[in-house]
Design a protein around this ligand. Structure first.
Ligand code: NDP
Length: 454
């Protein structure tokens, strides 16, 4: 497999992918390792995870360089991601023991009743490339803490980062037969679906997620899918600082080049502040520094995958054909690297792909709205259900709308944000199941009920 730097299109490295025979023996060793790993006291398992967090912190600069080199993520954002992911380690340190402890529900009378939480066994973690630290940590750290062995398949676009996870987890004391990172593309993913695993934890597109759900359905094992979104942001007429709202909205749309599952993907702006907001929004987008992602100054780097350029070009052409106006961007940047200009389209409507299909790139469609009722109707007009955001001065007014939306996460005066304290989950085409929080660790265990007659 060739690992290509998306900023320069140079081959960084050629890696040998994991063969079918290797996958078989890796799985056999993970099954063996899981038996003793699950028997270790939770304190010992957590010690390894905490040590892993320390190793990542000690090596943050080198790790950020690797992430930037293989995904094109601007260096400052790579550093932010790696540092930010530490909160998962801290959260587990504080809570995992409590969440995994057996619970006695009835401790009097002739029959006592309790629940114990047992690991699933060897689980698969098939992952996306866009935030490999965050989405990886959300699954494998929680799965390991709960006593499972993990077969980790990073995206082929984040293979080097995946191998770094393996290296530091092993250094931190997690046995080699408890965590293994396998290297390959979708065909390796397919072999994992065909193998005997006790749970499938997937982060990626709706298309692949649906395929996975169907392919493993007959196994009757847990399947968790963290999928894409078409996340709306509504700017109400009462925002006190329109310029600041525009700056925050632009960051939500263009951070990591729009390649976030919870990036702002479409915007609705009240007609009362529309002109002022759009002017401030475009000024902010035009101020972004675009270029070599290894420079700390750069906010917009290349796309990670060349094939996304076609998706963005098609969305721009479709929107323009149907009456949108381009205020900036709209095309690829000539030269080496998969660069696409940050793009703002106005006069958008729901006939256009840019308002309906996941863009996953530096492009945003804006639609003017005349009322909260109309904004709600448009926000709800989607098959996805990951997040929705509202900027307003009035919490009750915002919550009145957010409460009616079928999404896993609702944001008031913020967006594009994930916290380990609360579940991360999608609805409809955005997936099923939860990572993070109490529920995110319970996803990796199965309850056993005890009825103990005295
Ligand atoms: P893909 O669905 O293309 O790939 C995800 C993973 O699945 C990759 O490791 C991929 O391998 C693997 N894969 C591909 N084909 C198969 C198959 N037949 N069987 C098993 N595995 C397979 O998604 P992306 O990596 O492009 O990620 C982007 C998507 O992820 C976006 O839609 C984004 O919104 C979503 N996402 C959702 C998040 C959430 O928490 N809800 C968080 C982050 C991203 P390979 O890449 O090597 O082909």
């Amino acid at each position: 497999m060739q690992i290509i730097n998306p900023a320069t299109e140079e081959i960084i490295l050629e890696l040998q992918g994991t063969s079918k025979a290797e996958l078989g023996s890796i799985l056999a060793s993970l099954r063996e390792g899981q038996k003793s790993w699950s028997q270790k006291p939770i304190e010992e398992r957590l010690e390894c995870i905490i040590r892993f967090g320390e190793l990542i912190k000690e090596n943050v600069n080198a790790l950020a360089e690797i992430l930037t080199m293989e995904t094109g993520k601007p260096l400052q954002q790579s550093l932010n991601e790696i540092k930010g992911a530490q909160n998962r380690v801290e959260h587990l340190r504080q809570n995992a023991k409590k969440w995994l402890a057996p619970e006695t529900l009835v401790a009097s009378g002739s029959t006592h009743e309790k629940i114990a939480y047992e690991p699933l066994g060897v689980i698969a973690n098939i992952s996306a490339w866009n935030f490999p630290y965050n989405v990886g940590y959300n699954v494998f750290l929680y799965g390991l803490a709960a006593g499972n062995s993990v077969l980790y398949k990073p995206s082929e676009f984040a293979s080097l980062t995946g191998k770094q996870f393996e290296k530091y987890l092993w250094q931190a004391g997690i046995p080699e037969n408890v965590f293994q990172c396998v290297i390959g593309d979708g065909s390796l993913g397919q072999q994992i679906l065909d193998a005997d695993l006790k749970g499938y934890f997937f982060t990626g597109s709706h298309r692949t997620g649906l395929h996975i759900a169907k392919a493993v359905a007959h196994k009757l094992v847990p399947v968790q899918l963290e999928l894409g979104g078409k996340d709306p942001l509504y700017i109400m007429d009462d925002v006190s600082d329109v310029k600041q709202a525009a700056i925050n909205a632009a960051e939500g749309a263009f951070y990591n080049n729009g390649q976030s599952c919870c990036a702002v993907e479409r915007m609705y702006v009240s007609e009362k502040i529309y002109d002022e907001f759009v002017a401030a929004f475009v000024a902010e987008v035009k101020s972004y520094k675009i270029g070599d992602p290894t420079s700390l100054e750069i906010f917009v780097g290349p796309l990670t995958r060349k094939q996304q350029i076609k998706v963005l070009e098609n969305q721009v052409a479709d929107a323009l054909n149907k009456g949108a106006t381009l205020l900036c961007g709209g095309k690829v940047i000539e030269g080496k690297g998969y660069y696409f200009e940050p793009t703002v389209l106005i006069y958008c409507n729901h006939e256009m792909d840019v308002m309906k299909e996941e863009s996953f790139g530096p492009i945003i469609g804006i639609q003017k709205v005349s009322s909260d009722k109309k904004a709600l109707e448009l926000m709800a007009d989607t098959n996805y259900g990951l997040t929705a955001a509202i900027f307003s001065n009035d919490e009750q007014r915002a919550l009145h709308l957010l409460n009616q939306l079928n999404v896993g996460t609702a944001y008031w005066n913020c967006c594009d944000r994930v916290s380990p304290n609360v579940p991360w989950s999608g609805r409809n085409n955005s997936g099923v199941g939860s990572t993070l929080s109490t529920q995110g660790i319970r996803a990796f265990v199965q309850p056993k009920s005890y009825h103990l007659r005295r």
